[in-house]
Design a protein around this ligand. Structure first.
Ligand code: NAD
Ligand code: ZN
Length: 244
């Protein structure tokens, strides 16, 4: 795999760079993607558990799944692609990182400003009162966990299928997409909305779009460059180019 020359030039010339990441960037750190074969837990698909309906019906089951996912993620380290993005943040006067991931690996890699569209698996919030907190315990002491303020059920501070995104975070993501010169999209299937529309928003506003994914996605058709590569190999190649 060779990086397209025009892509490197566009990256060098960009005034404002936006990076959009999905589950694929964390795959080589060991986090299973939803649509990969390791995404299953017991006999459930994520789409059956990551919903407000599932939580209402069986909060214990949903929390057991989150407890399992948290235990998978806790020992994992960011990879070279996460680290490269943290370095890019330092390089560009204007930069934004927008992620659909909830695993916290971008932060662990040193990224500072992260727009987490789908929340974070290490945060909890109360279903009853305004309480919000962080909880890094693995496994959780109590499943389902209860609010320390009011005793009601806590839920993961993540966005479930069928729930709206935080409007402020989404607005900021849209604003960055509209004002960048180049959007780099790494490891997203491009089927979960509204995140999947951000590359189109960037494109329509005149930006170039580069996609990094071993497979083609709905984003491929609008991308100026589709780089068929895994995230880590891409990061290694790009690092070579950014040396000089
Ligand atoms: P997805 O699971 O739907 O798709 C992952 C994409 O990554 C696929 O297109 C796949 O071809 C690509 N991919 C796989 N391995 C790759 C690699 N090594 N390098 C680059 N690309 C690779 O993920 P999504 O589009 O991010 O959306 C699914 C939803 O699932 C999101 O809402 C997200 O919040 C959630 N999710 C998050 C995590 C996480 O936090 N790490 C993990 C699974 C799912
Ligand atoms: Zn509460």
């Amino acid at each position: 795999m060779k990086l397209p020359k025009e892509f490197i030039e566009a990256l060098r010339a960009a005034r404002k760079l936006v990076v959009l990441t999905g589950a694929g960037i964390s795959a080589e750190s060991g986090v299973p993607t939803f649509r990969g074969k390791d995404g299953l837990w017991k006999r459930y698909r994520p789409e059956e558990l990551a919903t407000p309906f599932a939580f209402k019906k069986n909060p214990k089951l949903v929390w057991e799944w989150y407890d399992w996912r948290r235990s998978l993620i806790a020992p994992l380290e960011p990879n070279e692609a996460h680290r490269l993005i943290a370095e890019l943040e330092e390089r560009y006067p204007e930069f934004a990182l927008i992620t659909q991931n909830i695993d916290g690996l971008h932060k662990k890699a040193g990224s500072k400003k992260i727009l987490e569209l789908h929340g974070n698996i290490w945060r909890v919030r109360c279903t009853n009162c305004p309480y919000k907190g962080e909880d890094y315990r693995v496994p959780l002491e109590e499943v389902p966990p209860k609010c320390p303020e009011c005793g009601a059920l806590l839920r993961p501070d993540v966005v479930w299928f069928g729930e709206p995104l935080d409007a402020e975070i989404l607005n900021e993501a849209v604003h960055h997409s509209e004002t960048c010169d180049l959007m780099l999209v790494i490891g997203t299937s491009g089927v979960v909305q509204p995140a999947a529309s951000l590359p189109l928003i960037a494109k329509n506003a005149g930006a170039k779009v580069a996609e990094v994914n071993p497979e083609s996605t709905p984003i491929t058709s609008i991308a100026d460059w589709s780089i068929r590569s895994k995230a880590v190999e891409f990061a290694q190649k790009l690092k070579e180019h950014l040396k000089d």
